[in-house]
Design a protein around this ligand. Structure first.
Ligand code: ADP
Ligand code: ZN
Length: 434
């Protein structure tokens, strides 16, 4: 099985446009009629549903932001009666107060289809044993991949995250072939596999479906080696349903966005102006099929690039590049823009572990950047001289990339807390002083 829904995933661009035009028109009407909060935004902008005749008119609609979701919490953006809803999920709250999203049964069905497409694109079939080690609960990761795995017909292990030794035990006993979790948790599982004296080739894993947080190509190679699998990226956010909005195919050159359900735009985050395909900017989504929580022009704050060149996998839906962090993950240190992923790339290239922590502070009006980097037991050396030489070399490597000098602290194995969900890599103490 190459595709889960070939007639949709490989539809012609004209067909995709026709679906988007028709669904958008109906969705704008649905939202206008049922969501006073958004109707007000449209009225303020002087737009009516009659102005929206298709995808080309999308730019006329107002944006929604996370702060709108917080203002409208909890029911202000709900477009159907609660009696039609069967579930809620909530964001992980990585960047502030949580927001809640609602689902009808049909919304869940379509979401599960999106996740099923991702699993099949990673080589999944009904013969597979799929271990879902994303958290279950309000977080969308567990429920989304669990639903997708059922649709594909995999034997599904709804493990949730945590209890790592038991994860590995089940992986061995039940011969799991696919694992789904955050990349930082996959790295932790890989590390534990090694500590337990198990070789990657003793496991049956063939594919991993990792997402929900930014991760680098270096991290991908590390995980692939430690678990003996091919690692696929998956993207999504609670506001648009959850994981499965976009997923990687065998080509691994960007993630195909499920355009029969979402219209993607890239905008200039400063001016809100729509940018042409190929330019880097903030990703904006319009849900055209969701009924309960249909967000129009939702600003994700994720920075990426769209690519419409045909993909050799046969899928025709547009691809998005890996978001290397949200606009609000970006640190400004001594006036320089720094994404944590840039630091991760250097660390892994230089043979360090993906266990690190970035500490930013302000001392006497000067920003400070400290990076704690954990040594592996093999690297751990008790001669102070070697450690300080290693610290100086790494500081220099990072300075070459960032243009600013960090202070590196090579720390003992196991001294940085492992993540079972989304890793917390940055502690910005400046926010506490302000
Ligand atoms: P929160 O916003 O509280 O973290 P979510 O769990 O809904 O709540 O997280 C969605 C966000 O996670 C996305 O907007 C994006 O920043 C990040 N994300 C999800 N998948 C990926 C991925 N594959 N690569 C990079 N970032 C991702
Ligand atoms: Zn492809």
């Amino acid at each position: 099985m190459k595709y889960y829904q070939p007639e949709i995933e490989c539809a012609s661009p004209e067909q995709i446009r026709a679906w988007q035009d028709e669904r958008l028109v109906a969705q704008v009407r649905h939202v206008y009629d049922n969501v006073p909060y958004y109707r007000n935004l449209m009225q303020e902008k002087g737009v009516t549903p009659d102005d929206i005749k298709g995808r080309d008119d999308l730019y006329k609609l107002p944006f929604l932001t996370k702060s709108d979701l917080r203002d409208a919490y909890p029911y202000g953006l709900l477009a159907v009666p609660t009696s039609e809803c069967v579930r809620i999920h909530s964001t992980s709250g990585t960047t502030g107060k949580r927001v809640v999203a609602f689902y009808t049964q049909e919304d869940i069905d379509l979401w599960d289809d999106c996740c099923a497409r991702a699993i099949v694109a990673a080589g999944g079939t009904k013969e597979d044993v799929c271990q879902v080690a994303y958290g279950f609960g309000l977080f969308t990761g567990g429920a989304g991949l669990n639903g997708g795995s059922h649709k594909v017909g995999c034997l599904t292990l709804p493990m949730s995250s945590g209890n790592t030794e038991r994860q590995i035990q089940f992986m061995q006993d039940l011969h799991s072939t696919i694992i789904c979790c955050t990349p930082s948790y996959a790295a932790y599982i890989g590390e534990t596999v090694k500590e337990m004296g198990i070789k990657p080739e003793e496991l049956d894993l063939k594919a991993g479906i990792f997402g929900a947080e930014p991760w680098t190509e270096e991290m991908r190679r590390d995980i692939e080696a430690s678990l003996g699998l091919k690692a696929y990226d998956i993207y999504g956010l609670t506001e648009t349903s959850g994981p499965g909005v976009a997923f990687e195919c065998c080509e691994q050159k960007g993630m195909h966005i499920n355009e029969d359900h979402f219209i993607a735009e890239i905008i200039d985050p400063e001016t809100g102006e729509v940018l042409p395909d190929g330019e880097k900017g903030e990703l904006v989504f319009t849900s055209i099929t969701k009924k309960a929580f249909p967000l129009l022009r939702y600003r994700t704050r994720d920075i990426c690039v769209l690519n419409r060149t045909p993909c050799s996998c046969g899928r025709t839906h547009v691809r998005m590049s890996k978001p290397m962090g949200r606009s609000d993950d970006m640190l400004i240190i001594r006036g320089v823009n720094v994404f944590p992923s840039q630091i991760e790339t250097v660390l892994l290239e230089k043979g360090y572990s993906p266990n690190y922590q970035i500490l930013v502070d302000r001392v006497k009006n000067n920003d400070t950047l400290d990076i704690n980097v954990e040594l592996s037991p093999e690297q751990f050396s008790d001669t102070v001289k070697e450690i300080s030489a290693g610290e100086a070399a790494l500081a220099n490597d990072i300075k070459t990339v960032l243009g600013i000098n960090p202070k590196i602290h090579l720390v003992a194995p196991k001294s940085i807390t492992r993540s079972e969900g989304k890793a917390v890599r940055v502690i910005d103490k400046r926010k506490l002083h302000d």
